[in-house]
Design a protein around this ligand. Structure first.
Ligand code: PRP
Ligand code: ZN
Length: 294
């Protein structure tokens, strides 16, 4: 019998929805039992453990799970704190849950670079990452660890500044804080133990990573087609964002006209379509790509 692979997933919060959607778009049929602790995948030897994001690096390094999806911020903080068990490695950036770990201060404070933080108490859930930053910029300040609600610390006079995750910036703004420095730019990543997981599990991990790459690529890629005079092909090829060699096919019964098909590896904006039309393209279609195997 093949050993079942265990994936650690955030049970709720910033990463949950998109992590789950990535797994489902990668072809995993997940039987979502009501207990929200442990889900079984019906069509592959995989089980999913739903846990707190801060626990994910530990679950993976201690071998309770084989791989995990977690924010790079949580992964790096855990790594700097010294994980027990096998050392971890990131296998793949997943392209969602983009955020920044930033230093923020109350609006009325004059900030003139990291030196302004000297002597301050900085509230954060990421003390290790903050300490590394402070050391790099050579500033003597104190990281004050809080598990949550970091943004209220300055108002409660617990700290003069904070170092916290910023996505839209709404939380900072609601609390009268402004971001002044970036400690880390982060996104969701796939993590695993460095040690070999055994032939069965390694084979599933390889398959999953390949599918994840395909899903991520298909999101960024669009299929574009249009008709145009053959004389405009060079100009059109130059306008297509991140496309390789386009396919050019003669149009039946229309002398000098061709159909151009290409996969664009970047977003196709309205401005691009307008520019294509200006050089003679017509009947322009932009289609989403469902799957890619690269
Ligand atoms: C972060 C951070 C803020 C919020 C910022 O928490 O602590 O509360 O997100 O987002 P915004 O810039 O869009 O307002 P997170 O969701 O990571 O939760 P956690 O700290 O409980 O893991
Ligand atoms: Zn968390």
């Amino acid at each position: 019998m093949t050993e079942r692979l265990r994936i650690a997933l955030q049970k709720s919060g910033r990463l949950y929805e998109q992590s789950l959607s990535l797994l489902e778009r990668s072809g995993l049929h997940i039987s979502k039992s009501r207990n929200r602790l442990y889900w079984r995948v019906e069509n592959l030897p995989i089980d999913i453990l739903l846990v707190r994001d801060d626990d994910i690096p530990h679950f993976v390094s201690e071998g309770i799970c084989d791989i995990g999806i977690v924010g790079e911020n949580v992964f790096l903080e855990a790594s700097y704190s010294g994980l027990k068990g096998a050392d971890l490695t990131t296998t793949l950036p997943l392209g969602f849950s983009h955020c920044k770990l930033q230093i923020a201060v109350p609006k009325n404070i004059a900030y003139e670079g990291p030196q302004s933080l000297a002597g301050m108490r900085i509230a954060t859930s990421y003390p290790r990452l903050l300490e590394v930053f402070l050391e790099e910029v050579g500033v003597d300040a104190q990281a004050f660890e809080m598990d949550g609600s970091v943004e209220v610390a300055p108002r409660l006079k617990i700290a003069e500044a904070i170092c916290d995750i910023v996505a839209t910036g709404a939380t900072l703004e609601a609390n009268g804080l402004v971001p002044v420095d970036t400690v880390l730019t982060s996104q969701a990543v796939l993590i695993r133990a460095q040690a070999d997981a055994g032939a069965d599990k390694e084979a599933i991990i390889t398959r999953l990573v390949k599918r994840f790459r395909g899903v991520i690529a298909s999101e960024d890629n669009k299929y574009i087609m249009m008709n145009a005079p053959a004389t405009a092909v060079d100009q059109i090829a130059a306008l297509l964002p991140g496309a390789g060699a386009p396919t050019v096919i003669p149009l039946f019964g229309q002398e000098g006209m061709v159909a151009i098909h290409a996969v664009c590896h970047e977003s196709v904006f309205w401005e691009t379509l307008e520019a294509l039309q200006e050089v003679g393209a017509g009947a322009i279609l932009v289609l989403p790509i469902e799957k890619m195997m690269l």
